[in-house]
Design a protein around this ligand. Sequence first.
Ligand code: GLC
Length: 743
Amino acid sequence: MQIELSSTDSEGIFRLRIGDPFPTSSVCSHRVFPKLTNLSLSQDTPDEVGALLQPPSSEGSELRWELGLDVGDLIYGLGQTMGGINKRGGRYRMYAVDDHRHTPDKSSLYGAHNFLLLKTSQGVAGLFVDHPGEVVFDVGFTQRDRLVISVPDQNVDLYIIEGSDLIGVVKRFMKLVGRPWMPPRWAFGYHQSRWGYRDSKEVLQVADALEAHNIPCDAIYLDLDYMDSFKVFTTSDERFPDFQSFASSLKARDIRLVSIVDPGVKIQPGYDVYDEGKEQGYFVKHSDGSIFKAAVWPGYTHLPDFLNPAARAWWGTLYKKLYRLGIEGFWNDMNEPAVFFSSEGMAELTEVFRSHTNDPQDLGIEFLDFMKTLNSISNNRDDYRAMRQASETHGVVSQERVHNLYGFMMAKATAEGFASFASGQRLFLISRSSYIGQHRYGGLWTGDNSSWWDHLRLHIQHMVSLGVCGFFFVGADIGGFSSDCSGELLVRWTQLGVFSPFLRNHSALTTRRQEPWAFDSKTLDETRKAIYLRYALLPYIYSEYRRSREEGVPLVRMLALDFEYDARAQRVEDQFMFGQGLLIAPILHPNLTERMVYLPAGRWLRWRTLHPSVEGATVFDSGDRCIEVASDEIPVFLRENHMVCFVAPPYAEDKESSRLRVLAFVSDCAVLDVYADDGLTQDFEKGGYAILRLKVERRANDLICEAYIHEGLTTLCPYKRVDFIVYDADGQVARRSVSVLKD
Ligand code: GLC
């Protein structure tokens, strides 16, 4: 076993390299890892974690690391997996799969996020297993007191990240994997989607309904239906005639179009994407050089080989066709890659059928055998083993070995292509499959959840667990994708969505309609209120997203990151932190009008979000509190010595957008930086932004409120007046103050 130990000088990141790992590009290319001659870990790093830097055990072709777990040890991370926020007690198989039933027994979902954040009695550490094939994390499942990591390969990079606290570890990890990309500002608005908006007429009706019901919306999504025969990068002339004027009419209403893009290219001579890909040899092959056939929506397709830089460059530029038509954002789907069946799989199924009977009417118990084979041919591992991709560094490799990179490399292709034809603009991209490092190119949605209350809870678990893995811009289908949603579930989910970086209502074909107006007037009214709150909070959300990416601290966080030494906070599964100062405790079960909330150390101001005029706030001390929650309300608490800023919600009479309102809860001092830029271009990288600093400070017996341009260009700050309301530690309005900004 060839082993090399290296470290980034004094930065507390160690790398154990075994064999010749496949370069995933999850780690920023500029990071250098000089070889270590002697190992000295910080005192904060638990001994067992340090011991992982020794050669792992090797059984057959598998590498295996084991670590003892004490009763009190906590393990977070692993991104998009089932199981709670604390991952103990589960076994997680990192192998991207298109599986739309997210039931508790599922060990794999769409992505691979091999990062663990550990807190033991001895200290904290991060562990990143950089391997693009399968990795299994048995986190106290087989043996309650053991963490076992197994990799069926002899080539892998293992990173250990030190830190004196959990936040410190996450920040270092973010330095390793890089900053999340900066989406356009409209990415943070409300987005409306459904599989089944059949034609441009229906999409325009959705836009009309949004307007008629006074629901602000930044984007409508085009699912499969916009394509001609499910051919990627085409539009249907029949259902979407005169696409450009359709797109412009939506744009005139400030609604942008986002379209789905699937990797499978329909096999159809004469279809330019197919012809070009075939001619240039850009598709995934078999070992004998023939092109692999994978059936997806259009029937048999070929899959682009995104490991091949030339294929990536080609694919990236194809988005230009859609962009030119007025589609402004992209939604990369089915990129695990999903395979309904291969020709080999279909041959097997046909054979099983034939072996039993010539007449379908005769099938008895043999039907079970048929069903078993039918279920096994989709996304079959043998197919991935049979596929061949052409890499730059390792020649031709089996897809199985690099499986988890497919979605990542597709995102890279999209981002690089976009940069070439929309130079200077910001990309809007969400992807279903992902691997660590992909956050540098776009965001994620968590795939085909269901309209179940359990999945509302899962939304929180995914956001916070993906957050520590670097994915700050994430969200689940609001209301649930599969199954029928109820009005109450939609309201509670939209309320949670207000505090989800990505807020999109999306549902599957044949399910009950799920737009806010599809239920009753109460649902419409309450959903709209939540969406209004989202729009009111956009200055806070946008500013905090930007701060998150600068500082490497996730926008949405498990409580343990902020209250690491609070034994209760470490284990909270149904609340989260949003931005610096807000604690969110959503309603997660039906028929509830109250819930228990755990408030960590310090004091908390309950912000009655229903009434952004902020009157009537109440202060709570730390501890367990039972709070009443109206059906149109989501419990939000502002942390002591913090602020939240907002503009008037769209329903307010005084909608003046240049007036920023600030709710401050201050016993000592609070600072909030409000960030603004043009929202669309990359100019912010060259100084095209403004930071308005808000400061509330207790000096002697007075509270001083200040608002001033701290950085950047005054002209880019849209706020001309700041209205402060300051609550003191007793929950009294201690100060109201207005700051007028000079031009
Ligand atoms: C997949 C996607 C889903 C989409 C559907 C049809 O199931 O996850 O979001 O609506 O395909 O394209």
